[in-house]
Design a protein around this ligand. Structure first.
Ligand code: NIG
Ligand code: FE
Length: 410
């Protein structure tokens, strides 16, 4: 006897399994089954496809009128941090820019202060609450960065919290060391601080899968980023980069040359960088919720990247300064409106391609996969980005068991 059958599914979303990220036109291709069935046994998918009479199970869920998909993959977050920065909203209203706030010792540096002051347990409690909100919104695989410690003790503190969360919830979680996220006010020089972070790489290695750097005007240059990436690769890290978020420095080109697993933001990337995407498996992780919250006019050129046969993924960038939402569904809406992505492109970008960007086995529901599934209270897959700002995840099923049942009891 099987454990669970989900049947009468109005739309069953089955992204394709591939051994490399989907690129260009491939993202607009999504397998959608009408009247689908999913069967689960021992926490794994035993069947996902068209309606099947042949199965029995201990529990049956009727998903009439609903969408069922793989759980979403959240490929870029700054989950573990202390404090909050709501006061920056009024600075922004007065026209002070994101980089100006940072230059004045606010922004990232104020979160560094709050993170250093917090105990490990305080950080854990806050990150746990934010993580559970993400999961409640349909995410079951998460990337989580450090980068608000900027010294050995506090970077390790953040990474330990991230690792403890993965263990407590038995989650597909990847951890990223982002030591070079900002330059502390008391650093001798950018180069000296970067060297300190390079020297830390062996010590953080047991707690981190990826090494990331903020390549931006006033933070780290392309040359500095290259030196860091090469040192990180030597230590066995896969590499990521915050690139071309505000200024077109050439971070995307560097990421591709260095064979980064992903290059993230890319709002200001050059044509040359976008063209290079086609010859690489580096995933362009686009974060349109950040562009929205920074109140910028122009968004990453997702269409141009797809026209150039690039691979893109979408993530929130959840953090206390530039994108303060844990709701990936909201970012799917912004992707539809501002990145001009089709529903199929968006679903592939938050499932299979997001999984490739963080190297997790997630984002699909094929035979043998973990039964990490979302039942959406929505009539079709386009409805979810359309009706924006609320949670459409009705039931979030992890390893075949309902983790969140968000149904409202009237
Ligand atoms: O991805 N840009 C650099 N880092 C984060 C923001 C961090 C913060 O403002 O606290 C980002 O946008
Ligand atoms: Fe970020």
């Amino acid at each position: 006897m099987n454990d669970l059958i989900i049947q009468n599914i109005k739309q069953l979303i089955l992204p394709k399994t591939t051994d490399r990220p989907l690129k260009g036109k491939e993202l607009d291709d999504l397998n959608i089954i009408e009247n689908g069935t999913v069967v689960v046994q021992d926490g794994k998918i035993v069947y996902a496809g068209e309606h099947s009479e042949a199965c029995e199970a201990n529990e049956t869920i009727d998903a009439s009128g609903k969408v069922v998909s793989p759980a979403l993959v959240e490929a870029h977050t700054h989950l573990v941090h202390g404090g909050s920065r709501e006061h920056e909203m009024s600075l922004k209203r007065q026209g002070v820019s994101y980089l100006e706030i940072l230059e004045q010792g606010g922004g990232i540096l104020s979160t560094v202060e709050a993170t250093r002051q917090a105990t490990e347990d305080e950080l854990f409690e806050k990150a746990e609450k934010n993580l559970l909100t993400m999961l409640q919104h349909g995410v079951l695989a998460v990337e989580s960065k450090s980068g608000y410690g900027l010294d050995k003790e506090n970077e390790l503190k953040q990474l330990r919290v991230s690792n403890r969360l993965a263990k407590k919830y038995n989650l597909d979680m990847k951890h990223t060391f982002l030591g070079p996220h900002a330059v502390p006010k008391d650093a001798k020089s950018n180069q000296a601080f970067l060297q300190e972070m390079i020297d830390l790489l062996p010590e953080v290695k047991p707690y981190a899968d990826f090494a990331d750097i903020f390549c931006e005007t006033g933070v780290f240059t392309v040359e500095e980023s290259k030196a860091y990436m090469e040192a990180a690769k030597k230590q066995g890290f896969d590499i990521k980069i915050h690139a071309d978020e505000i200024d077109p420095l050439g971070g995307l080109e560097l990421a591709i040359d260095e064979n980064a697993i992903s290059a993230d933001h890319l709002v200001a990337s050059s044509e040359k960088g976008k063209q290079k995407l086609k010859d690489s498996d580096t995933v362009a992780v686009l974060l349109p919720g950040t562009t929205f919250y920074l109140d910028k006019e122009s968004y990453a050129d997702a269409r141009g990247m797809l026209d150039n046969d690039g691979a893109i993924a979408i993530a929130t960038d959840f953090n206390p300064g530039s994108c303060v939402t844990n709701n990936l569904q909201l970012v799917m809406s912004i992707a539809a409106l501002k990145l001009k992505l089709s529903p199929n492109e968006i679903w592939n970008a938050v499932t299979v391609n997001a999984a490739k960007a963080i190297d997790v086995d997630a984002g699909t529901i094929n035979k043998g996969d973990k039964a990490n599934i979302v039942i959406w209270d929505a009539p079709n897959h386009e409805y979810i980005p359309y009706h924006y700002g609320i949670n459409h995840a009705e039931r979030v099923i992890k390893d075949g068991k309902v983790l969140f049942d968000n149904r409202v009891n009237l």
